[in-house]
Design a protein around this ligand. Structure first.
Ligand SMILES: Nc1ncnc2c1ncn2[C@@H]1O[C@H](COP(=O)(O)OP(=O)(O)OP(=O)(O)O)[C@@H](O)[C@H]1O
Ligand SMILES: Cc1ncc(CO)c(N)n1
Length: 541
């Protein structure tokens, strides 16, 4: 568990500053520590007064930690004075923690100043020493000596200038803009004068309880980066978590002004289940890498770095539980003659040919199920993801079938593909038919959101079981394996990354209400059973 140190001011009402940081670090899977820069008498209405202990005493706090504890990440918040800022800069130079995130706190949500004007110069020096800086729009403007951005494009431009000036990654935060979205973007200098810009947007939550969102987000970023080593993943996960804390903020009853966010709601809702492993992306927010240029290929807009040869991890407690629940069924899949034969290359050609022809029929229906999921998706990123998934099943995966079967077998595939979509396919075996009926049984549920939950559960095993089987079989692989191309497709890191995104969407759906959860769980378990039957049928040409 990463050991994360917050260096910040206090909020005795618990919503911002160090108190928020400790909650955020814990909620996102870190061990939280804290050194206090300033004692702030504040509540949900504003700041009453600030007491700054001697800078030398801050130095003693910092050394007490670093002399004893290995620090995996640092989050810096309110600094208050130039002397405090210089103390932190000096300590960082000696200790060199691996990750430093700076939230350049200048003004509280309430409008109260939290950084003396004389300290801005010292803050600029500190900027050279940090890995990520997370200014809100007014802070971004002050750091650049410019006027605050009025539009998101201006904000991104300013983000690029700040990143260029200080050679540091910048998280541009759109929380202060108006509109339906709460966009954020990571701007990372590429070393050659350019920038990689990754936008992660969420739907703006209608709540006045936003006290401490900036503190909470930056502490979560420090923690999640220590866990993932990847800024894009970190932002994706942090935003998904922050969104959940904002969506449930009104359930708290803390103060009568701008109340705090609900740091632990999602964590507790999931029943204190184990946190996702470093490879998992919790929540349903799918990043668009290079916002200027949406990903054109592959099932998802982004290719993250699932470990080659490993199968995708659950995205959180719900998917972990479901994955575990189907462990018995999945191990029966591994023991099937068909799957063993695929693994050791002994599978007869006719069996593989029969399987591929059935699979070609299946893929067309499967693509329809994903297209329907795209139609019903409540969030833009999911709409894009399922649409891309449908296209990928029809193009990349079907091409594999055509190529593999070659001209002779290909005739069979072309024949089944020439039948109009949605009509009865004479060549479909009973299992193919059954599986497709399960996937496309759309009229059983009246409400769209329930049908969406059911579809997400139903299509998921085809990603997840295949990514797992693909990864496992490839580990057994010999160089001249007859089904190598097939194994390569499903053991591909791009496929694993798409699977991770699909699993993250499933996690979001499962975290919905009981009806959504039940629909997704039943559909998922049903599809794992169908996957088993589909492979089992493959041995009977
Ligand atoms: N109403 C909202 N709904 C969804 N996300 C929000 C909302 N308000 C803020 N955010 C998100 O919270 C994070 C912090 O945003 P903001 O730009 O407000 O920072 P800040 O001003 O530093 O925060 P603070 O209120 O702690 O000073 C950003 O990720 C932003 O997109
Ligand atoms: C101590 C502290 N840090 C940061 C903020 C910004 O919200 C605040 N209100 N208080």
């Amino acid at each position: 568990m990463p050991r994360v140190l917050s260096i910040a001011g206090t909020d005795p009402s618990g919503g911002a500053g160090i108190q928020a940081d400790l909650k955020s670090i814990a909620a996102t899977g870190g061990y939280g520590m804290a050194a206090v820069t300033a004692l702030v008498a504040q509540n949900t209405h504003g700041v009453r007064s600030v007491h700054t202990p001697p800078a030398d005493f801050l130095r003693q706090q910092l050394e007490a930690v670093s002399d004893d504890v290995v620090i995996d990440a640092v989050k810096i918040g309110m600094l208050g004075t130039a002397e405090v800022t210089q103390t932190v800069t000096g300590w960082l130079a000696e200790v060199r923690p691996p990750v430093v995130v700076l939230d350049p706190v200048m003004v509280a949500t309430s409008g109260d100043r939290l950084l003396s004007t004389g300290a801005e110069k010292a803050l600029r020096q500190l900027l050279h020493r940090v890995d990520l800086v997370t200014p809100n729009l007014p802070e971004l403007a002050v750091l650049l000596h410019e006027d605050p951005a009025q539009t998101w494009d201006q904000a991104l431009d300013q983000g690029r200038r700040l990143a260029g000036t200080y050679s540091t990654a910048v998280l541009v935060k759109g929380g202060h803009l108006t509109g339906d979205a709460a966009p954020d973007a990571l701007v990372v200098p590429d070393g050659g004068g350019g920038f990689a810009v990754t936008e992660v947007s969420s739907v703006r939550v209608a709540t006045k309880n936003t006290h401490g969102t900036g503190c909470s987000l930056s502490a979560a970023m420090a923690t999640l980066f220590a866990r993932t080593g990847n800024w894009v993943r970190t932002l994706t996960a942090a935003k998904a978590w922050l969104q959940e804390t904002l969506e449930t903020a009104d359930l708290l009853d803390v103060g009568t002004g701008h109340g705090p966010v609900n740091h632990f709601h999602g964590v507790w809702e999931r029943g204190l289940a184990p946190l996702p492993g470093p490879a998992a992306v919790p929540g349903g927010f799918l990043p668009t890498v290079g916002s200027e240029e949406p990903g054109a290929e592959g099932p998802g807009p982004v290719s993250t770095s699932a470990a080659p040869g490993g199968s995708p991890a659950p995205a959180g407690g719900w998917t972990a539980a479901l994955w575990k629940e189907t462990a018995g069924l999945r191990s029966r899949i591994d023991e099937l003659d068909f799957v063993r034969g695929l693994g050791d290359g002994s599978l007869p050609q006719e069996s593989f040919g029969f399987y591929l022809t059935q699979d070609a029929i299946y893929l067309r229906g499967y693509a329809r199920a994903m297209a329907r999921a795209s139609e019903l998706a409540p969030r833009l990123q999911e709409q894009v993801f399922w649409a891309a998934g449908a296209r990928n099943a029809l193009e990349a995966e079907l091409d594999l079938h055509r190529n593999w079967l070659g001209p002779a077998g290909g005739t069979g595939v072309e024949q089944v593909l020439s039948v109009p979509a949605g009509t009865d396919v004479a060549a479909a075996g009973p299992v193919t038919r059954g599986y497709l009926e399960h996937l496309l049984a759309r009229d059983r549920y009246a409400e769209d959101r329930i049908e969406y939950a059911r579809l997400v559960g139903a299509v998921l095993p085809c990603f997840w079981v295949y990514a797992e089987v693909g990864a496992r079989l490839q580990r057994l692989n010999h160089t001249a394996h007859p089904h190598r191309e097939w194994l390569d497709t499903y053991a591909d890191p791009g496929f694993a990354a798409a699977t991770e995104q699909a699993v993250a969407i499933l996690e979001t759906v499962l975290a919905g209400d009981v009806a959504e959860r039940r629909a997704a769980q039943e559909a998922f378990t049903g599809s794992v059973q169908w996957e088993h039957d589909f492979f089992a049928a493959g041995t009977l040409p």
